[in-house]
Design a protein around this ligand. Structure first.
Ligand code: NAP
Ligand code: GDD
Length: 374
């Protein structure tokens, strides 16, 4: 466990608190704990909270290779004074680690973003997905109770809950119809969060977030898969892109906007559940057309269908109505679909160019090595 003795840089709302190291000074920055800090949203949220002056603790899993790429730019040497980003080992499948972390950290806010978050993969590993994405939430909530603390709690709920949606647009009152093991696990997590709010008067919120993407999106989600492939095709690194269902339609926003909404939910007067969405829907086909078109490529020459990417049950259409969040939190999306596609393509084009340069250098090195061995 890392040390907690570093003084805060900026001061959030003032409060006193005990922790595992004895009585802390009365004037403290707020402390936040993020599960899933190494993921897309976790990395943006960590940035946001550090900017707001929080001490941020992130739970990371033991991995045989480094998996902190998305937060490496935020790294602070724990030996230095004033460190405000701390990484602690833990796992949503391991209650004892969660109990230890909460007993020692006493966060003011907890953001539960950790999950096996890939819908297609959840059909391959349904039981594991249920453990992490579903039961992981109750493990964290119970650890809060066992530590005897009263942090605010954010649960990363999902528009996947609507599944075979019974109305459009979807709001906080639209019934759920989950269509995957992932969505079933998220349904459990949603209801257990609500239950702890009602049973124990916890400040616990569900953010029902519609799809949100970015230059940090995992490369197997459809948006990033498309922008990575289109840009690699553009620079000649690959020829084909193999896809699943091009007719699926999603309400896609920009991840930076969405983590702001998470913070807003925990920093308002009353705990509640909110839909976060743009209110605009586009098909996967349109995403492809837009990304390839921006690069002056004809997508039909490069895209092929591989049935392995189809899902046993599909969510055909999602469109969210975020008017409650707009009205009560003042939240608005700031990035249009067009801008989202462009910013991801611009980012990935740079990556593809770097890849080309690296490949060329490798070729030169290999060629040189061959000559040297003659
Ligand atoms: P992501 O990039 O897949 O990140 C998931 C994070 O969870 C990673 O940091 C991962 O750690 C961590 N994790 C996985 N298993 C864990 C475990 N057993 N214990 C602790 N941590 C674990 O997901 P994201 O896109 O940032 O999404 C964040 C959350 O919002 C997820 O819960 C997701 O289901 C939900 N959500 C996302 C969207 C969206 O469109 N992005 C929409 C609605 C809801 P490793 O790096 O070690 O794998
Ligand atoms: N991943 C992927 N790969 N999806 C494809 C492909 C492909 O090759 N071809 C078509 N699709 C379609 C999927 O069938 C789905 O309908 C749509 O593209 C979006 O897929 P993903 O990007 O994998 O996201 P998702 O909507 O299934 O789930 C994401 O959003 C949820 C919020 O609604 C994830 O981030 C979830 O964690 C999140 O809860």
């Amino acid at each position: 466990m890392v040390s907690k003795t570093s003084p805060p840089q900026k001061v959030g709302p003032v409060r006193g608190r005990r922790d595992g190291f004895g009585k802390r000074p009365v004037y403290m920055a707020k402390t936040a704990l993020i599960s899933g800090i190494t993921g897309q949203d976790g990395s943006f949220l960590a940035e946001l909270l550090l900017d707001k002056g929080y001490d941020v603790y992130g739970i990371i899993r033991r991995s045989s290779s480094f998996n902190t790429d998305r937060i490496d730019h935020l790294y602070q040497d724990p030996h230095e004074k004033g460190t405000r980003l701390h990484l602690v080992y833990g796992d949503l499948n391991d209650s004892s680690s969660l109990n230890t972390i909460l007993r020692q950290i006493h966060p003011d806010e907890i953001y539960n973003l950790g999950a096996q978050s890939h819908v297609r993969v959840s059909f391959d590993i349904p039981e594991y997905t249920g453990e992490v994405t579903g039961l992981g939430t109750v493990r964290l909530l119970e650890a809060v109770r066992e530590a005897g603390i009263r942090p605010k709690f954010y649960q990363a709920s999902s528009s996947e809950l609507y599944g075979k949606a019974v109305e459009t647009p979807q709001t906080e009152t639209t019934p759920f119809h989950p269509r995957s093991p992932y969505a079933c696990a998220k349904a459990y997590a949603y209801y257990i969060t609500l239950n702890y709010r009602e049973s124990y008067d916890m400040f616990a919120c569900n953010g029902i977030l519609f799809n949100h993407e970015s230059e940090r999106r995992g490369e197997t989600f459809v948006s990033r898969k498309i922008t990575r492939a289109a840009t690699r095709i553009k620079v000649g690194l690959q020829e084909k892109l193999y896809m699943g269902n091009l007719d699926a339609q999603r309400d896609w926003g920009y991840a930076r906007d969405y983590v702001e909404a998470m913070w807003m939910m925990l920093n308002t007067d009353r705990a509640d559940d909110y839909v976060i969405a743009t209110g605009e829907t586009h098909s996967v086909r349109e995403f492809i057309e837009r990304a390839f078109g921006y690069l002056d490529l004809d997508w039909q020459e490069h895209v092929e269908i591989d049935p392995k990417y189809f899902r046993p049950a599909e969510v055909d259409f999602l469109r969210g109505d975020a008017s409650k969040a707009r009205r009560e939190l003042g939240w608005e999306p700031t990035v249009s679909f067009d801008r989202l596609v462009k910013l991801m393509v611009d980012h990935d084009l740079q990556l593809a160019k770097q890849e080309t340069e690296a490949t060329e250098m490798q070729h030169v090195a290999v060629a040189k090595a061959r000559w040297e061995s003659l």
